[in-house]
Design a binder for this molecule. Structure first.
Ligand SMILES: [Zn+2]
Ligand SMILES: [Zn+2]
Length: 344
């Protein structure tokens, strides 16, 4: 079968590999119908994900049809249309039991697919712990509507969930890339008083203005002043930092009012500085880390009821054979790209 593979630092390539087989009775083999490209794939390509293993098939955002299941798999059956969770998790360890599935202590736990084991930019993928990692897609939800459930949308949902957003809050989301927009969609479900999105890219600002006209937008240079002017207590009550560039971590805590929650969703390429003397007395609460992707069923039902719609994020569609072209557009942010669907 055809796969897109991490060959060595800086190099991905199309490669033929055998179709994966069941290795454990909790595995499932999924025939991938649609996959997507995530900025984490780009981080792997550039060597900034140290645990990524050369030779693995990349891709951790996909939907497909269950082709085969191991003997102890109960929650899905052959022929089911499913979303695949970015995280594989046992469901039994201390962290899984507490909903911290990103920290699952099993050796296959956490982000393994398309990082440490073969992922889904391929015709087939083996999914360990299929009972927790696969969710059945409701009949009236299309593959395209469900494509982001297991990764970027799960991340946005988790970020909004942990950020303690209240009805009277002004919230600031920094970054309107795919994860930023998913975070926005999930934050909107909490109906805060005001949402401000900070983004430097013109086409992304236009996208937000067109699709979510009630959301205020601002560029980074004017952000601090704008947030102060548009909030009730001299800064945002909640800040979600989803951009991950050199200056956005600083911007995040600067725009927060005293005693605010600052949720750092971004994955940085370089260490960030936490200037505690400057922050002293601001009494901020920082929440950081990687998604706990354990709400996929709830997210699917929100899509089914029309409360979340990520389909407008798919700006391009390519067949797997042309995935190199898709990466070129995604990585260089050409042509107003937000997300790309790859037909496998
Ligand atoms: Zn991802
Ligand atoms: Zn676990």
């Amino acid at each position: 079968m055809l796969t897109y593979t991490y060959i060595s630092k800086g190099k991905f390539g199309l490669k033929e590999k055998p179709i994966p087989q069941i290795k454990d009775d909790r595995d499932a083999i999924v025939k991938v119908t649609l996959a997507s490209i995530c900025s984490s794939d780009i981080h792997i390509k550039h060597g900034s994900v140290p645990r990524a293993v050369e030779g693995i098939t990349v891709g951790h955002e996909m939907v497909g049809i269950v082709e085969q299941i191991g003997n102890s798999v109960k929650n899905v059956k052959v022929g089911d249309r499913v979303t695949v969770n970015v995280e594989t998790f046992c469901g039994e360890c201390f962290f899984c039991q507490n909903g911290f599935v990103n920290n699952c202590t099993d050796k296959n736990g956490g982000w393994a697919l398309g990082c440490r084991i073969d992922g889904g930019q391929a015709e087939y993928v083996r999914v360990p712990f299929a009972d927790t990692g696969l969710n059945k897609i409701p009949d009236n939800v299309s593959d395209r509507q469900a494509l982001f459930v297991g990764d970027v949308l799960a991340t946005g949902f988790w970020a909004a969930r942990i950020s303690e957003i209240k009805k009277e809050d002004t919230i600031l989301i920094i970054g309107a890339g795919p994860t930023g927009i998913c975070t926005l969609l999930c934050a909107m479900l909490k109906t805060p008083k005001k949402i401000i999105v900070c983004e430097k890219d013109e086409s992304r600002i236009r996208f937000i203005n067109k699709h979510y006209p009630n959301v205020l937008t601002v560029k980074p240079d004017e952000c601090l002043e704008f947030v102060r002017k548009n909030s009730d207590h001299g800064g945002a009550d909640v800040v979600l930092e989803v951009a991950g560039t050199d200056s956005t971590f600083r911007l995040a805590w600067e725009c927060a009012r005293p005693n605010a929650v600052v949720t750092v969703v971004a994955l940085y390429d370089a260490p960030q500085i936490l200037p505690l003397p400057e922050m002293y007395g601001k009494n901020l609460t920082f929440k950081t880390g990687g998604v706990d992707g354990c709400d996929c069923e709830e997210i699917l039902s929100l899509i089914e009821s029309g409360k979340i719609d990520t389909e407008p994020l798919i700006t391009h569609t390519f067949p797997l054979e042309k995935i190199e072209e898709a990466y070129e557009i995604f990585e260089n942010r050409r042509d107003g790209v937000i997300k790309i669907a790859v037909e496998c």
